[in-house]
Design a protein. Structure first.
Length: 111
């Protein structure tokens, strides 16, 4: 169950059933955000403000980059709340990029 406030998020891609995702990583980022909120890592108000700030920096986005903004907002909150340092996030992203590049097409990416 999503927080009721989920429907108030600016520009959230959704249909009558709720949020929609074009790729699996988008759903994973969404789920991680919800879980971190549920365990008290940040308030929903903090999340909405972080996401709104990210979206405001790219007013020409037609929604194609929505979940990239979502991840940037999540990374910002994770850093602000001391859950991970910027260098740790960078190293993890580089690890995933390297894993992606060495993974044959059609195979799952693993670190």
């Amino acid at each position: 169950m999503h927080p009721p406030e989920i429907l108030d998020l600016p520009r959230l891609p959704r249909d009558a059933e709720g949020p929609v995702f074009a790729e699996p990583w988008q759903a994973q980022a969404f789920a991680l955000t919800i879980k971190l909120h549920e365990v008290g890592a940040f308030t929903w108000t903090e999340w909405a403000q972080a996401l709104s700030s990210e979206l405001a920096e790219d007013p020409s986005d037609d929604g194609a980059r929505y979940y990239q903004h979502w991840v940037a907002a999540l990374e910002s909150l994770v850093g602000d709340h001391g859950m991970a340092r910027a260098d740790e996030l960078h190293a993890r992203k580089q690890g995933w990029l390297a894993a992606y590049q060495r993974t044959p097409h059609g195979q799952p990416v693993t670190l």
